[in-house]
Design a protein around this ligand. Structure first.
Ligand code: DC
Length: 217
């Protein structure tokens, strides 16, 4: 049976960076489930759909082809969209797109198929609870809102994504609320997750803590 490390947590908690390092250290395939919702949002924008076009978004999510490359590149219908899915336009609508129950159903199926047959680290909002509740290791990675906003500001600068501090603050606050109040697949804490508050930790400290837990269990 394959080994699965599941990580949930709010936007900006460091899940993406941690999962990337962990995947290399522990030889795991890295599956960024947020990227799958971002692909649906990007496809929706490209088809000139708005959030009111619910049925068309659901249809689109049913037939979408999403693949991950060896260096975490994301392919949407064969095209490398790694950068585009992080754009301001996608970031602003993705949480609402991911709230559509039928879209979630399609993405959860796609995510489970991606993890099948692999030792993997998978990060998102509902991995420990819905997508892979039987994962071998289940983490909830947290950090204060301020710390998460500051991290995202730095990250966006490095990636040349044009969003002001205030835009990022409001976006993360709104996404926190939306991600925690979904009909299905809400971000939540449970007793069987290992909780890590990374507010005052470096990425390396978080990774070391996780690796120690993984090798000792
Ligand atoms: O991790 P991220 O910021 O790339 O995720 C983008 C959005 O997708 C986020 O606002 C919530 C949603 N999401 C989700 O609902 N379930 C997941 N497993 C992963 C992400």
């Amino acid at each position: 049976m394959s080994k699965i490390v599941a990580i949930d947590g709010p936007a900006g908690s460091g899940k993406g960076t941690v999962a990337e390092i962990l995947s290399k250290k522990c030889n795991l395939v890295n599956i960024d489930t947020g990227a799958t919702y971002r692909c649906v949002a990007l496809a929706m924008l490209r088809n000139n759909l708005t959030l009111d076009d619910r049925d068309k978004i659901i249809e689109l999510s049913k037939n979408i082809d999403i693949k991950f490359g060896l260096n975490n590149e994301v392919y949407l219908n064969g095209e490398d969209v790694t950068k585009e899915i992080r754009s301001k336009e996608v970031t602003q609508i993705v949480s609402q797109v991911s709230s559509i129950v039928e879209v979630r159903k399609n993405m959860v199926e796609l995510q489970r198929n991606l993890a099948k047959d692999y030792d993997a680290v998978m990060e998102g909002r509902d991995i420990t609870t819905v997508v892979l509740p039987n994962a071998n290791y289940k983490f909830y990675l947290d950090a204060s809102l301020e710390a998460r906003v500051n991290r995202r500001v730095k990250q966006n600068k490095e990636k040349n994504i044009d969003m002001s501090y205030d835009e990022i603050y409001e976006n993360i606050k709104a996404r926190d609320y939306n991600d925690m109040h979904k009909e299905v697949g809400s971000l939540m804490r449970t007793d069987d997750q290992i909780y890590i508050d990374s507010t005052n930790m470096t990425i390396d400290e978080v990774v070391d803590k996780m690796v120690n837990i993984i090798v000792s269990k």
